[in-house]
Design a protein around this ligand. Structure first.
Ligand code: ATP
Ligand code: MG
Length: 392
């Protein structure tokens, strides 16, 4: 569910566009309730004007590394709509439900961040749209429809047999965990998902932790996927992490900068998503990403933030993880499975003298699926899920 908020900003410090909002301890409780995808109307204090509509791309995180003092409680937002002229709040107060004291209406605008009724939010947005926006393609009802449609849409994976068992695809704007042992087909599934998007006009990103970009390109070619061509067309970004991780210079256009901090990862990912207008993101794989953090709690926070970022962008993402044999839980850090909207488990099972591949949908929000194992194959066209169900 999308919640609606009003953020009060100061004319001196207000910067439009994608930005990080930092507030003091007093607002921490409110910020903790803010979820990626929530919508915000920005109110300019002193001028008493509504100045923009923004969307939350990353939920609550603590970061006191910046210069500003005393405002370490943060969320990241991006602009959705800016009216040509700001809207005078005084004109609207008579219709706003959260303004209960119509005389001293300004007392309702003294909180840095507060939740407001969706009717009020809609009302303000409608007023803004009435005056032409300045953000071109982002500034009209069409864009709004697009956001609403996306909330319901499915995103086909392009894996034959898989889309059929999950109502046509992954829930859009979700982050799905694909987990399995080594060689179970995770990377191939991810690439297939990206290629399918690209062929349908949706740019994609793969953040490749273990595999070198050149290896990915070579392996993909075996399935007939010409990654270089899509990169040249600006439809695909391969983000190199493998060279920087091993301390070697990367020749790639897109790379993770070193040193590897949580903020640099989130910021780089965010920038690349905006740069190519990505609709699909793959992070392959999480365990490799964990190697650079001191302790597991840090990794958990990192996973949480990345997941929030991915959920809050307009992208549908796949994150891969690995199963540790003999270990409880289905993923390396034990948190991914709780934060992902869906989990696909890929396995290689021994049956007599033969190995067979199995896929199980362990979780898929907003989807009616059967808890069954399905056999799948890897062929020279990629992964294909067979209709045979195997009871668990
Ligand atoms: N053309 C092909 N036909 C059939 N199987 C193939 C083909 N190419 C690769 N494979 C199989 O795909 C598997 C590798 O898949 P993939 O790299 O996606 O696994 P993974 O789960 O990402 O592994 P890792 O955990 O090591 O990254 C190999 O086990 C190989 O047997
Ligand atoms: Mg792999």
């Amino acid at each position: 569910m999308v919640n609606h908020w009003m953020l009060v900003v100061d004319p001196e410090t207000y910067k439009p566009g994608g930005r990080v909002v930092g507030l003091s301890e007093r607002w921490k409780e409110s910020l903790l309730k803010v979820e990626p995808g929530d919508l915000i109307v920005t109110y300019m204090a002193k001028r008493s004007e509504f100045v923009d509509i923004s969307k939350v791309v990353e939920g609550y995180h603590f970061d006191d590394s910046g210069k500003e003092n005393g405002q370490p409680h943060k969320i990241r937002i991006t602009e959705v709509f800016v009216p040509e002229e700001p809207i005078d709040a005084a004109e609207l107060v008579s219709s706003l439900r959260f303004v209960t004291n119509k005389e001293k209406w300004y007392v309702h605008f003294n909180k840095a961040m507060q939740e407001i009724p969706s009717e009020d939010f809609e009302f303000i947005w409608n007023k803004m749209e009435h005056r032409k926006g300045i953000m071109g393609y982002r500034s009209n009802a069409k864009r709004r429809e697009q956001i609403e449609r996306q909330l319901k849409k499915r995103v086909p994976t392009g894996v034959p047999g898989l889309d059929e068992i999950i109502e046509g695809g992954l829930p859009s704007n979700s982050s799905i965990l694909v987990t399995g042992g080594p060689g179970s087909g995770k990377t191939i599934l991810c690439m297939q998902f990206l290629i399918h998007g690209i062929k349908n006009g949706e740019p994609g990103i793969i953040i490749s932790m273990d595999e070198r970009p050149e290896d990915l390109r070579r392996e993909a070619l075996k399935f007939g996927w010409d990654l270089t061509k899509y990169e040249d067309e600006g439809m695909l970004a391969i983000v190199d992490v493998s060279y920087p991780r091993s301390g070697l210079p990367s020749k790639e256009k897109y790379k993770m900068s070193m040193p590897f901090t949580l903020d640099s990862i989130v910021t780089t990912t965010f920038d690349i998503i905006n740069d190519i207008g990505a609709k699909r993101v793959v992070l392959d794989s999480l365990p490799a990403f964990g190697l650079h953090f001191e302790d597991e709690s840090e990794v958990r926070i990192a996973i949480h933030r990345l997941n929030n970022l991915l959920l809050g962008s307009d992208c549908t993402s796949i994150i891969t993880s690995e199963i540790i044999p003999g270990h409880e839980g289905i993923s390396r850090f034990g948190v991914e499975e709780f934060i992902s909207r869906g989990i696909i488990l890929m396995e290689l099972l021994k049956e007599g003298n033969e190995f067979t591949r199995r896929m199980t949908i362990l979780k898929m929000r907003e989807t009616n699926y059967k808890l069954r194992m399905y056999k799948f194959k890897i062929t020279n066209k990629g992964i294909k899920v067979l209709p045979t169900e195997v009871r668990i």
